[in-house]
Design a protein around this ligand. Sequence first.
Ligand code: TXA
Ligand code: MG
Length: 328
Amino acid sequence: MRATQSEIDTAVEALRSGELVAFPTETVYGLGANAADPAGVAKIFALKGRPADHPVIVHLDHPRYLHRWVATMPPVAERLAAMFWPGPLTLILPKAPSVLEIVTGGQPTIGIRVPSHPMAQQLLTAFGGGIAAPSANRYGRLSPTRAEHVREEFGDAVRVVLDGGETSIGLESTIVSCLGDAVRLLRPGFITRSQLEKIAGPLTVDGAVPRVPGDRQLHYAPATPLEIVTSDDLEARAGEWTEREQKVGVLALRPPLNAQRHMTWINAGKKADTYAHHLYNHLRTLDRVGCAKILVQAPPADERWAATRDRLQRAAGIGGPAPDIGAE
Ligand code: TXA
Ligand code: MG
């Protein structure tokens, strides 16, 4: 889980010379650049094919340098940070004046995260500054949970890829905005709504949602069209494809009732965290099989599955703004 000193030296040198460094976090791999270098951050946008108005998260090793990035830290944000950092939580906060426009997408706010992954911590501490990093995938595609996913997607365009093995959580961080008096859940993640509410009190749910790229339909999507269906319908719906001799992929929480030719069935089990950990990898596998369709069994309704439901709904192209999802 730790990089060698020479790997870290090479990565820091790359960041200082405006190059990109992919690194593991506990959620997914990030595609990092020096957050104070506009040309470096511009390379992230170019490589991902990401629209310029979509802000990127700044990663820090510790909140001690927060004042360089954040204008004011609301008390509720202090409490959330004290509870969940380092960890899979991104806070949207009022930005400090010096923060680059390319980092914030021209907005008056900044996303900050202090990741807990030891290799991310090593890199951030050695670098000594903020690292701007979205997930290390092309715009709209599945986030990488292994170093080889980054290499497959970007090849040598990324100067350094630090390999920290498979990420433990497997879905992107929970994003919470703390602006004025309102605390809003913008993207569900491993840290659940009730965990947040224990610290922050009831979250604000309204229409005033800052822009997040995840609100675009077909975000976090495999290449194969994906549809969410109920458990009762899985075999019959799969049959519609296999009868026509077309390949179909199924991602389920149970084994199939019957085996069918042309059907690749993945039983991802009923444990929310394990399912989330493997989700993107399973979708990559089904993509590679060359199916005409991926059918996904609708996950349970309880809040431990909120992040998974959110990503699957977006992958199916039925994603709405995150606050509508997992609001139960
Ligand atoms: O787990 C994660 O958050 C990973 C790892 C690498 O840290 N990063 C990640 O970044 O998922 P990205 O760019 O793929 O998704 C971050 C989301 C985007 O939807 C972005 O628009 C939103 O955070 N975001 C960043 N800054 C923001 C801001 N100032 N206001 C609103 N949304 C913001
Ligand atoms: Mg992303």
